[in-house]
Design a protein around this ligand. Structure first.
Ligand SMILES: Nc1ncnc2c1ncn2[C@@H]1O[C@H](COP(=O)(O)OP(=O)(O)OP(=O)(O)O)[C@@H](O)[C@H]1O
Ligand SMILES: [Mg+2]
Length: 255
């Protein structure tokens, strides 16, 4: 399978002089086209920073970032979904989804078509004229996902997108995301601190931990379809927990 993004030997430090803190060190990551990879790691490990490195929003102090994604209108087609949807309160749902398309030189008709297609994908077409404050938390996250999908990204980066949701809404959105991934064949990199979520969604799980953070191990999940309750899942979750415990990193971890 074609590799579409590769990080090798990534090192990154914030601050200068005495304030300088090494966040990431010697970190490698490779993403196959159409794959679903999860990154699991404790709070503050550098997961969001890693996504920012992939998006070319932060330059690493060591290592190489190689993203082999076609450009669309001068931009690499990648999109990031945040933990809180970060919707613009003064724009309706459709306006929020259109936001990432403005300035790309698309016609109004094309923007409308993409907004409609993205809202269809997340099953929110009926709410396109609502204001963000009229939506539930789960619906707001779906709008955030639609906004990312509207740019038709090859690579979708998701930063704890369901972390703030209740368990039932989270399970529903996980299933919707899997179905969307199957239908669209997009490559997804999904950050979470929920081990069960990572196992349910991904093909491969990279555990990052330590200070500075390094990749502590990569785990392949069982063959699909993944079940929510399956002895193979429990065994894998135990292995991942053990890996985090080795690094003294299990406090505040959801399992
Ligand atoms: N712009 C910045 N300047 C200085 N330090 C930063 C900056 N951005 C992040 N950090 C620090 O880098 C470390 C990693 O942050 P990051 O947001 O990547 O963690 P994370 O793994 O995503 O955590 P969480 O699970 O809580 O979201 C933290 O200690 C944070 O304080
Ligand atoms: Mg983060």
């Amino acid at each position: 399978m074609a590799v579409i993004a590769e990080l090798s030997g990534i090192g990154l430090a914030f601050g200068r002089g005495a304030e300088r803190t090494q966040i990431l060190e010697g970190l490698d990551l490779s993403l196959d086209s159409g794959g679903f990879v999860a990154i699991v790691g404790p709070s503050g490990a550098g997961k969001s920073t890693l996504l920012r490195v992939l998006m070319h929003l932060v330059a690493p102090s060591a290592g190489k970032v190689c993203v082999e994604i076609p450009h669309e209108r001068g931009r690499r087609s990648m999109a990031l979904v945040f933990q809180d949807a970060k919707l613009l309160p003064w724009r309706r749902v459709a306006g929020n989804v259109a936001f990432g398309l403005e300035g790309l030189g698309l016609s109004h008709a094309e923007i409308d078509a993409r907004v409609k297609a993205a809202l269809d994908l997340v099953d929110l077409s009926a709410r396109s004229a609502r204001w963000p404050h009229q939506l539930s938390g789960g619906q707001r996250q779906r709008v955030g996902l639609a906004r990312a999908l509207a740019v038709e990204p090859h690579l979708l980066l998701m930063d704890e997108p369901f972390g703030a949701l209740d368990a039932i809404t989270r399970a529903t959105l996980q299933d919707e995301l899997l179905s969307l991934w199957r239908r669209t064949g997009k490559t997804i990199l999904f950050v979470t601190h929920d081990i069960d979520e990572a196992i349910y969604l991904a093909d491969r799980i990279i555990v990052i931990a330590g200070s500075p953070a390094r990749a502590q191990g990569a785990f392949a999940t069982p063959e699909r379809p993944h079940l929510r309750s399956d002895p193979r899942t429990w065994r894998l979750a135990a292995e991942i927990r053990a890996k985090l415990e080795e690094n003294g990193e299990l406090i505040d971890f959801e399992i």
